[in-house]
Ligand binder design. Structure first.
Ligand code: AMP
Ligand code: ZN
Length: 693
């Protein structure tokens, strides 16, 4: 983050930087739902922008966050009445049957098997249910007063949601006025906001064009869009809503079944998703689920299951609610959806460590709302194990991740030719190596352009240093222009270098620079992860730095000391030691430091892990020469214990560490009767923490 300004920007440059910063926070809040600063701080920054714009109207940017409809302060909250519930899940036909049985029992009905209990035939239920498709979007609660839409709020935690009334007004199929005369005094209805597949693809195509981050799926796109302040943009995204719940009706009698409620909603002119069906038999309910599980792709929107609700409304009160969900409804969740398509070819992609991984080139196919043309095949062994061969039809799935995967053959592999394994790097033609005990082939050429690019992309990626705006296109271009030869060059990028890139305006370039500035402040474990040492993932990076406190200190630690830390085996320990021993990595670190990366920065959780260390919160002064370690290292380690290291001795000093040839500071300490320790004692104190790991 930039240092938050305290005053309105005085130069155009500062103004533009602040526009970018506020826009970033708005994005974090509205699109990612992951704000980094409190609302009050956001409001403060927005006010600074507004005053700068009032004073220097010539600076004003058309897309300044101040120009958007509404402002941070209009992020109102709404208390839901009645509250919104979640749904209990059923993952199999048996669980559905169980639910229906419980429903019958709960209502004191007669659920006894009529015939054939011996044959495990489904128990016929005499309890009529409504089956509805479970649309996968964002839930929204609407209030109509005297027939007019007066409030819309997101689900939030179910009790309080965020007011998005203006945004709801932009939903393509939602009337602001009910088609009832006379209208009810007050109506509360609930529904799901969705983005149709076609709209989703158009939106992502537009975002790809603009270099914006893509939405992973229509649900995220719908939820993100609902918070947009730019209503024109929101309208252009073509969201729809379908209502499924009449939560409150005042001034008119409430329809007493779910079926009648849906009919009432339609009569009121409100959109209701088609295909709901009233079922009486267990088998009917199960058929409905089976049918839609098989035919879900024929729908224009994503569904993730079927909601089965007790049709009659009054007995719902009797059954009641658990803390989270009604006892009179259940969601039959569909399993992850697999789609068959042709595997046209297997291509090989070089990753940041030189590992060559197989990629499936597919005949494009629609999987859960987005077109999939490529998918991961994991590794060579997996391909062998599943007997996947180019040319054949395969199953593709989208799981929870954004990247789809090929899960197996969708036809007999026998007639198809076996895949060919690469011998040379597809990027630099260097011979590949396959190390013992490893599933993957690797390009060992450190100058391989693919390795370099992948390493830089990893360095700036979200879980690593998270440099927003430095995407694949831009990195490729910066490499081509010669501005990025290593990951460390990212920290040396200049405005001029960025402006050389195609379609890069000053504003976007400043955004990238401010993102780079932010990246310098990430904890050292993120830096270590970003450096991409073999085997060192996010978790191991944290473990290593919790132990070592700083990157510089980690560089000096022998493998034996690392080995045995939680999750750090001999192999990883050796790989870490070897990495730091390589001269070119030393140069990389030096270049990072020259680019403003503080390699003596202490891992934050390191300090908290040592929360009960006696030095925590104490002010320590170092003086004289230490023989065993450099002073800055001693400082880092003290800070890691939660101590404060100060440069001068005063009455507020708790402890003075005196090395060889200590001078005036030692005298002063004696004068003020402050405890003094030598290097050995210091080492002992530091060890107390090492023991805790
Ligand atoms: P879950 O979030 O899995 O607990 O499921 C509950 C959510 O399903 C609700 O908050 C709604 O947003 C959503 N939903 C989608 N379609 C329906 C429907 N027909 N009836 C009830 N809830 C639905
Ligand atoms: Zn290569």
């Amino acid at each position: 983050m930039l240092n938050a300004p305290q005053q309105a920007p005085a130069s155009r440059e500062d103004y533009l930087a602040l526009v970018a910063e506020v826009a970033r926070h708005a994005r974090l809040y509205y699109e990612d739902a992951a704000p980094e600063i409190p609302d009050s701080e956001y409001d403060r920054l927005l006010n600074l922008l507004a005053s700068a714009e009032a004073e220097h109207p010539q600076w004003l940017q058309a897309d300044s966050p101040t120009r958007r409809v509404g402002s941070a302060s209009s992020r109102g909250e709404h208390r839901h009445e009645p509250r919104l519930y979640s749904l209990a899940n059923a993952y199999s036909q048996e669980e559905v049957a169980d639910f229906l049985k419980r429903l019958g029992e709960g209502l004191g009905g007669n659920p006894a098997p009529v015939q054939g209990a011996l044959f495990h035939e489904p128990v016929p239920t005499v309890v009529p249910c409504m089956c509805e498709l479970k649309l996968d979007g964002a839930s929204l609660s609407l209030i109509y007063e005297q027939g007019l839409l007066t409030l819309a709020a997101t689900r939030g935690d179910g009790e309080t949601g965020e007011v998005v009334t203006e945004q709801a007004g932009c939903l393509a199929n939602l009337p602001r006025r009910l088609a009832l005369d006379p209208p009810p005094a007050r109506l509360v209805v609930r529904g799901e906001v969705v983005m149709e597949h076609a709209a989703f693809q158009a939106l992502n195509a537009r975002r790809a064009e603009a270099g914006d981050r893509l939405f992973a799926n229509p649900r995220n796109a719908a939820a993100g869009s609902l918070k947009l302040l730019d209503l024109d943009e929101l309208r252009s995204r073509g969201l729809s809503i379908y209502l499924y719940d009449l939560a409150l009706l005042e001034g008119q009698p409430m329809p007493s079944t779910q079926e009648a409620q849906l009919a009432w909603l339609k009569l009121a002119g409100l959109p209701v998703f088609p295909h709901a069906r009233r079922c009486v038999e267990v088998a009917e309910v199960q058929d409905y689920c089976t049918h839609w599980e098989a035919n879900r792709t024929s729908l224009p929107v994503d569904t993730d299951g079927v909601v089965i609700k007790l049709d009659a409304v009054p007995p719902r009160l009797e059954l009641g609610w658990t803390a989270k969900a009604p006892r009179w409804a259940v969601a039959r969740k569909f399993p992850a959806q697999a789609v068959a398509t042709r595997l046209m070819a297997i291509t090989w992609q070089v990753g940041r460590t030189g590992v060559v991984t197989p990629v499936a080139e597919l005949e494009p196919v629609l999987v859960q709302g987005s077109t999939v043309g490529r998918a991961t095949l994991h590794n060579e062994d997996e391909i062998r194990r599943k007997d996947i061969r180019p040319g054949m039809r395969v199953w593709v799935e989208k799981g929870g991740e954004v990247i789809p995967k090929v899960t197996g053959p969708a036809e007999d592999p026998a007639p198809w030719p076996l895949p060919q394994w690469p011998e040379t790097c597809p990027e630099c033609a260097h011979a590949l190596v396959r190390e013992e005990g490893e599933a993957a082939r690797r390009c060992p050429n450190p100058a391989c352009p693919a390795v370099r690019q992948a390493a830089i992309l990893h360095f700036v990626s979200r879980p690593a240093l998270d440099v927003e705006g430095l995407g694949e296109k831009l990195v490729t271009e910066l490499i081509r222009l010669g501005h990025l030869r290593s990951a460390a060059d990212v920290l040396h990028l200049s405005l001029e270098a960025l402006l050389e890139c195609e379609r890069m305006g000053e504003k976007s370039a400043l955004n990238v620079l401010s993102a780079i500035e932010d990246s310098r402040k990430r904890p050292p474990s993120r830096l270590l992860f970003a450096l991409g040492l073999r085997g060192v993932g996010e978790k191991a990076a944290r473990t290593l730095l919790r132990h070592a406190a700083t990157v510089n200190r980690l560089a000096a630690l022998p493998a034996e000391e690392l080995q045995g830390l939680e999750g750090v085996g001999p192999r990883m320990a050796a790989s870490v030691e070897a990495w730091f021993a390589l001269p070119e990595n030393g140069q990389l670190l030096a270049r990072l430091a020259a680019g403003g990366m503080d390699l003596d920065q202490v891992e934050p959780s390191h300090a908290s892990a040592a929360s009960d260390h006696p030095l925590r919160g104490r002010t320590v002064v170092l003086t004289g020469t230490l023989s065993g370690m450099e002073r800055r290292e001693a400082q880092a380690r003290l800070e890691a214990l939660g101590a404060k290291v100060s440069g001068s001795v005063s009455r507020l000093t708790h402890l003075v560490v005196a090395g060889e040839n200590a001078g005036s500071k030692l005298e002063k300490a004696r004068e003020l009767q402050i405890p003094v320790v030598g290097e050995e004692e210091l080492m002992a104190m530091l060890k107390t923490n090492e023991a805790e790991g």
